[in-house]
Each structure stands twice: as C-alpha cells, then as structure tokens.
Design a protein around this ligand. Structure first.
Ligand code: DAT
Ligand code: MG
Length: 138
C-alpha cells in the first residue's frame, strides 16, 4: 500500500557540475529502485506545466530560464514512502540552510542569483508525482 513512485530531477546545475553520479549513489544507497531514467532538454511548455503552481511568483521566470539552461536527468523512482523519503534525502529548498547530510545541504549553496539552484527536484505528493511523471515520461 505504501509503495509509491516519484519524479526526481537532477537539475541543470547538478548535471553541469558533474554531480549526477554522486546524487544517484545516495538514491541507490538508500535502497530505492530506479524504474526509468533519461536525459531531458525540456522546452518552455513542459516547464510551464511542471511549475504551474509557481506561476506569477518573483522567481518563476528565472526558474524557467535556469531549467532551460541545460539538460536534466529525469528519474522514475519507486519504493515505500519514496515521495517523503526522497525529499528528506534532498533537504529543504534553500541550499544554504538545508541540513548537512542532505543533497542540497552538502552540494548546494546560494550563488546570489534570482533562483535557488538547488540541484534536485522531488515530487511533494502522490498527486504531484503522478502529474509530473506524465510530464517528464510522456
Ligand atoms: P522544492 O523544490 O523544495 O519543492 P518549491 O516547489 O517551493 O521548492 O520551489 C520550486 C523551485 O523554485 C525550488 O526548487 C527553487 C525555486 N525557488 C523556490 N522558492 C524560491 C525563492 N524564495 N527564491 C528563489 N528560488 C526559489
Ligand atoms: Mg516543489
């Protein structure tokens, strides 16, 4: 009953900095299952769908620009309570204050830009996961 799937993205900063392997290693060490994985260069339309909830916020345009700056690695990840579990591995949104030991806390920091470049995305609910998986794995 608690087996779930979630969408994980290694965002353009993670790919560009060569951190995909280190991030995947943490996911695999935690014991979650990779169901599908692909490199995606998203167009604006895909990102508008993905980030619809943030439309109109001050960081929305910089967020889309950042996400179009290079490819992301999209991962369909499965496991018991994986939605909550991956967000715990990722750490909180702001990489400066994300706890050490988390992906964002260990590898991320504030670069003084209009958008937080925080290396990864993880769906935040079953509803979001289903919606986002359909956007990235069409
Ligand atoms: P999360 O990625 O932790 O689920 P979110 O869904 O609230 O965070 O926001 C999506 C992304 O937008 C986030 O990963 C980085 C960016 N972002 C969010 N809040 C921000 C802020 N206050 N300033 C700059 N960028 C922000
Ligand atoms: Mg979010």
């Amino acid at each position: 009953m608690a087996t779930e799937q979630t969408l994980v993205l290694v965002k353009p900063d993670g790919v560009a900095r060569g951190l995909t392997g280190a991030i995947l290693a943490r996911i695999e060490a935690k014991g979650y299952s990779l169901v599908d994985i692909r490199l995606v260069d998203p167009d604006r339309e895909r990102l508008e769908q993905h980030y619809a909830e943030h439309e109109g916020k001050p960081f929305y345009e910089p967020l889309l620009e950042f996400m179009m700056s290079g490819p992301s690695v999209a991962i369909r990840l499965a496991g018991n309570r994986v939605i909550e579990g991956f967000r715990s591995l990722a750490g909180t949104t702001d990489p400066t204050t994300a706890a050490p030991g988390t992906i964002r806390g260990d590898f991320g920091r504030d670069w003084g830009l209009a958008v937080q470049q925080n290396l990864v995305h993880g769906s935040d609910s079953v509803e979001s996961a289903n919606r986002e998986l359909a956007i990235w794995f069409d």
